[in-house]
Design a protein around this ligand. Structure first.
Ligand code: ZN
Length: 110
């Protein structure tokens, strides 16, 4: 017996998918991961084309939200959600966001 990485239910090893999921979780997990990845990719495209810094920071936040959801719900459970290092991506985007908002607070009077 083995456990599904997502619901943690015991499943016979030959019933687990190659990703270590049971047949019930596999379609849902795949769909949900795809949804997050699609949002991340679309948002990245928007972020690349915007000239508005406020919009850009907002888009970065949206990317971060989806990356963190993937990390917490799937990657932390050992499910291979992305083909890139998600922790590294979160770190880099957080740093970029911080550097932008830090510049802004200097401009502000308060
Ligand atoms: Zn499952």
């Amino acid at each position: 017996m083995n456990n599904c990485k997502f619901c943690n239910n015991e499943v016979a090893l030959n019933k687990l998918t190659s990703e270590g999921l049971c047949s019930k979780c596999q379609p849902e997990v795949t769909k949900s991961i795809k949804k997050h990845v699609d949002i991340i990719q679309d948002t990245f495209k928007l972020a690349e084309t915007t000239d508005n810094e406020k919009t850009y920071v907002g888009l970065l936040s949206l990317i971060l939200k989806n990356l963190k959801a993937l990390d917490e719900n799937y990657v932390s459970k050992g499910i291979n959600a992305t083909n890139f290092n998600i922790k590294q991506a979160i770190k880099e985007i957080e740093q970029e966001k911080e550097s932008l908002t830090a510049t802004k607070s200097v401009v502000k009077t308060k």
